[in-house]
Design a protein around this ligand. Structure first.
Ligand code: SF4
Length: 235
């Protein structure tokens, strides 16, 4: 059983969602069942890049994680693409036996039994601006797969008013789950600098929307890594 690995990097910090600011090593795998209009990880999505995705065993991935972390256990973030395409069960078992913790972010379109072995599962359903349509039955299967052992949270990226209203309806489906909102970032070209003025004004717009709606359930967060490093990869 091999994983198609795009990149393994860190330690750095988790830049968004429930574990924002937490030191972590990222394992990014290739392939995704979605094609979001504003995807910032196309190098891990487009099949044209698949020749750059390295087949690796769980043991080889774990060796890289241990080398990068200096053998000091920390949280490993499973990312993509859609990491739920892959079988991470062997890696999680191997890492947990050595004290590592595992978090995963996925859109919630594919449920996997190994969700129950995670410490944190962040489900990120994609709003209308993505051009994708959420299968809520599949999403609920992901929640079911995670069971009661993993900490589960929802993260939604908001680009416009339609996304905002959609997020409120999504939250109404799962009112007991922690919810994180994040302003969309349309500047996803890694070769171009990020306009921080626009980034912060989008964040301010989203905060204003939440306050004006008296919607006090979500936490509104920036993409911390974008504020610090722009769209640079591997940090
Ligand atoms: Fe990109 Fe994520 Fe959408 Fe896949 S689900 S296309 S990785 S934004």
């Amino acid at each position: 059983m091999t994983l198609r690995v795009v990149e393994i990097f860190g330690p750095t910090i988790q830049g968004e969602g429930a574990l924002i600011g937490e030191p972590t090593v990222f394992v990014r795998t290739g392939g995704c069942d979605y094609r979001c209009s504003w995807c910032d990880s196309l190098h891990a999505v487009n099949s044209a890049n698949r020749h750059d995705w390295k087949p690796m065993s769980a043991e080889a991935v774990m060796e890289d994680i241990k080398r990068l972390s200096g053998n000091r256990p920390l949280t490993v973030s499973l990312s993509g693409g859609n990491p739920a395409i892959h079988d991470f069960a062997p890696l999680i078992a191997l890492g947990k036996s050595q004290g590592y913790r595992f978090a995963c972010e996925t859109q919630g379109s594919i449920a996997k039994p190994w969700f129950a072995e995670l410490d944190t599962l962040v489900l990120s359903p994609k709003p209308p601006s993505s051009g994708e349509t959420v299968d809520w039955d599949a999403f609920e299967q992901c929640l079911y797969a995670a069971g009661t052992t993993a900490d589960v949270a929802i993260k939604i990226v908001i680009f416009d008013d339609e996304d905002f209203l959609w997020a409120q309806k999504a939250h109404a489906r799962f009112p007991d789950l922690p919810l994180y909102l994040q302003p969309g970032n349309p500047m996803v070209d890694p070769e171009k600098p990020v306009d921080l003025t626009e980034t912060t004004s989008r964040l301010e717009w989203l905060i204003d929307k939440v306050v004006a709606a008296s919607w006090f359930a979500p936490r509104v967060l920036p993409q911390l890594h974008v504020l610090v490093w722009g769209n640079k990869r591997g940090v």
